[in-house]
Write a protein that binds this ligand. Structure first.
Ligand code: PLP
Length: 391
């Protein structure tokens, strides 16, 4: 790798990771739910306001736990966007659930709350809002529709740690919330995640499902004198080395978020003139949402071919990438899911979106180079549209 190369992501280390891992190693307590896991749980509960936070192997695992807790049965329907990562749907499909894909909003690319009610049938069990780019879905409307129809809300807050909606932490608003600490997210442990549980009476069930279907957590707390098989479950808890790494990251979560927001804001300012030319539009963050700088994207104007723009960035050693292939167009999505209404916004935006490199230690000079190359590439792309008699 040369020094002109600008990768899309570079995991940020806080410097304390190995220190805490050494501490766990010296303590000789390596299985899950040790002292570091408890510290992470306490932090997540304090920040999210949830009754219970439980570390998992991944956000995927946390979503699978939510599907088990909701006792999703074959044929149950779950309303979600098609513009999301596969795990949002997979977690429910594993239980025989049917994802019902609803379109996203023009501005935030989040589930369009105005379309949810019409997608509800007698089989609907839950709504899964995904907070894309750490920008909140319209949660008041979503919670209101859910309550009126006795549905549960599972927030896919994989990208939402440290972001808020009307001052409330993402992940802590619905019945369940799922965070990701995958190395591509803001706060990381390689692979990792957490489930947030709002209802204290569900917390014990969540602990049981996470501990192979046993009440081992209660046994460790001295609440029962032996532990036994209580319900369906699996092993969803990470070991202490992962928790020790994560603790070093959570301690620095405020600083990481500030750094990412500063980078995000700089892109946003630098790209204003390009947006004014009409060749692309920048992200839109509603007033009620405080995001976390998880990702910076641009949406190329309709008619502009994205591939040559991505190619030009790559030729200049800049790794910019597109994002989700809509699930309803994927082989498994077609087999297991169902579309409700038109997914026009999903289809249009997923074709035009480019994510720009953004990581904590990125320099202003690197950002300037990204914007320079993007500006030149977009200019060429627009000329191509003019010559071919397009927009
Ligand atoms: C990253 C991501 C996931 C999966 O997270 P893992 O921790 O890798 O399982 C799920 N949903 C969304 C929206 C994501 O961005």
């Amino acid at each position: 790798m040369n020094d002109t190369h600008i990768p899309f992501n570079r995991p940020h280390m806080t410097g304390k990771e190995l220190h805490y891992i050494a501490e766990a190693h010296a303590g000789g307590r390596l299985a899950g739910d040790g002292p570091f896991t408890r510290r992470c749980h306490g932090w997540l509960e304090a920040r999210s306001g949830s009754a219970r936070a439980l570390l998992t192997h991944s956000c995927t695992a946390a979503l699978e736990m939510a599907a088990l807790l909701l006792q999703i049965q074959p044929g149950d329907e779950i309303i979600m966007p098609s513009y999301t990562f596969v795990s949002t749907a997979n977690a429910f499909v594993l239980r025989g659930g049917v994802p019902v894909f609803v379109d996203i909003r023009e501005d935030t690319l989040n589930l369009d709350e105005r379309l949810i009610e019409a997608a509800i049938t007698p089989r609907t069990r839950a709504i899964v809002p995904v907070h894309y780019a750490g920008v909140a879905c319209e949660m008041d409307s979503i919670m209101e529709v859910a309550r009126r129809h006795h549905l549960k809300v599972v927030e896919d807050a994989a990208q939402g740690l440290m972001a808020t909606y009307k001052g409330r932490a993402l992940g802590g608003i619905g019945d369940f919330g799922a965070y990701s600490f995958h190395e591509t997210k803001n706060v990381i442990s390689g692979e990792g995640g957490a489930l947030l549980v709002a209802d204290p009476t569900q917390a014990l069930n969540a602990e049981i499902i996470r501990e192979k279907g046993t009440d081992r957590s209660r046994f460790f707390r001295g609440e029962v004198d032996k532990y036994t098989w209580q319900s369906m479950g699996s092993s969803f808890l990470p070991g202490e080395l992962t928790a020790a790494f994560l603790w070093a990251q959570l301690e620095e979560a405020d600083r990481i978020t500030r750094a990412r927001l500063a980078l995000w804001d700089r892109y946003h300012r630098m790209l204003e003139p390009l947006e004014a030319t009409g060749v692309l539009r920048r992200p839109i963050v509603p007033d009620d949402c405080q995001h976390n700088g998880h990702l910076y994207y641009v949406l190329l104007a309709p008619g502009i071919d994205r591939q040559p723009v991505l190619d030009r960035l790559r030729e200049n050693d800049i790794q910019a990438v597109f994002h989700y292939v809509p699930l309803h167009t994927s082989p498994a999505g077609m087999r297991h899911g169902r579309v409700h209404g038109s997914l026009d916004v999903t289809e249009r935006h997923s074709e035009q979106l480019i994510r720009l490199p953004l990581w904590v230690d990125m320099t202003a000079g690197q950002q300037e180079r990204v914007v320079e190359v993007l500006t030149a590439a977009a200019g060429t792309a627009r000329q191509r549209v003019r010559i071919s008699g397009g927009v």
